[in-house]
Design a protein around this ligand. Structure first.
Ligand SMILES: Cc1ncc(COP(=O)(O)O)c(C=O)c1O
Length: 387
């Protein structure tokens, strides 16, 4: 039986959201207008952060954090290989070195005991190709995987012990909370992203939040071709980028942010429908929510199969039944350009690799209906029972 029409993900857009974009198109102000600062203010209001800087992707936001944290060639930054590649790529953009630490098998977030060891003995965790020749340890870049905040109290304690900056990659966790505190506010910098599968979307877009005024000023200049306050259109104090968010995206983002709680609640409902059905399927594990996660910001819905089951075969059979699925994540350290540059091998980060082999994202969005969740779960049950 096929299930036509169940998409992997869908944005949740209302007529008012669409109208917000149309209204911008009826003005001459398609960039650098009033919507971008108002969109930024929505993030200060949500999180209590002093500054928010809107950019045109989460990757751009993470890159600006790397620049603002003063991370440069040869510097070491501790992060995890179980993430979307951008969280490590932004380090490579500045010729810094990702020092990988493996993850907690329950959440997919950084293993805080291993992190403490890596902060004390970074030399033990260096990539082979450095041959022990390393620069200073500068920062920790934890990732809030699948919408669940990392265990940030021990991350911050480890960072404080060595004067390290903390860049929280909250690209998957907008609105999630950790011990009652908003994701993204838990380090020196937090970054959100708004690709169409995210909790809110602007098409493409991102926001950085920080309490550091000097860093925020620098990031505003860097996103705008390096123009500092007082620079003219053609004078540039810094080497910068065009990381500006356009006004159509910012207007859509404002409309979406005004519905954030509703958007997150709808995703919570879909996750609950999945959880109750999946509990009855042997060999399938639903996502685990840590006690420190006081609100999960459901981003993707990734299940895990018993090691005896063949995830890739199951994925092919689900696709054949019209259920789109995606392995999540393919480990960063085993991506070809990472292997070529740093010499990582299979076996280097066993927990990341194990979850990478057993995890499968099911169709998920806030507009998914209960009968669609039921159809996906029936397909999973049928395929797994035949496996
Ligand atoms: C963990 C993580 N970091 C960074 C990014 C990059 O965001 P963007 O795709 O907006 O550049 C994403 C988005 O998929 C992500 O999931």
């Amino acid at each position: 039986m096929t299930q036509p029409g169940i998409p992997m993900s869908s944005p949740d857009l209302t007529a008012a959201d669409r109208q917000a974009v149309m209204d911008v198109l009826n003005t001459p102000f398609l960039s650098m207008g009033q919507h971008t600062p108002a969109f930024e203010q929505a993030f200060c209001d949500l999180t209590g952060a002093k500054h928010a800087v809107a950019v045109n992707s989460g990757t751009a936001g993470l890159h600006l954090c790397v620049r603002a944290a003063g991370i440069g060639p040869g510097d070491l930054v501790i992060t995890t290989p179980f993430s979307f590649v951008a969280s490590s790529n932004v380090l490579l953009f500045e010729n810094a070195v990702p020092v990988f630490v493996d993850i907690d098998p329950r959440t997919g977030n950084i293993d805080v005991e291993m992190l403490a060891d890596a902060v004390a003995h970074a030399d033990k965790y260096l990539p082979r190709t450095l041959n022990g020749a390393a620069g200073p340890l500068k920062a920790i870049l934890p990732v809030d995987v699948f919408g669940q905040p990392a265990d940030m109290d021990p991350v911050n304690a480890a960072a404080r012990s060595r004067g390290l900056k903390v860049i929280e990659d909250s690209c998957e966790a907008l609105g999630g909370t950790y011990k009652g505190r908003q994701a993204g506010t838990l380090g020196d910098f937090g970054v959100f992203a708004f690709y169409p599968n995210k909790q809110i979307t602007t098409g493409e877009g991102g926001v950085v939040i920080t309490d550091d005024r000097e860093a925020a000023d620098l990031m505003r200049a860097l996103r705008n071709q390096g123009r500092a306050p007082g620079d003219t259109w053609l004078s540039h104090t810094h080497l910068g980028y065009n990381y500006r968010l356009d006004e159509m995206s910012a207007a859509l983002g404002r409309a979406q942010m005004s519905r954030l709680d509703e958007l997150l609640s709808k995703r919570e409902q879909v996750a609950a429908w999945y959880e109750s059905r999946l509990a009855e399927i042997p060999g399938v594990e639903a996502p685990w929510v840590a006690p420190s996660t006081t609100r999960m910001s459901w981003f993707v819905y990734v299940i895990r199969f018993d090691p005896a089951l063949d995830r890739d075969l199951i994925a092919r059979q689900l696709e054949a039944r019209g259920v789109p699925v995606r392995p999540y994540f393919l480990p960063i350290h085993l991506q070809p350009y990472m292997v070529a540059r740093f010499g990582w091998r299979e076996g280097d980060f066993p927990v990341t690799e194990d979850l990478g082999r057993r995890g499968l994202a099911l169709p998920f969005s806030g507009v998914m209906r209960e009968d669609q969740v039921e159809a996906v779960c029936q397909a999973v049950r049928a395929v797994v029972s035949g496996a």
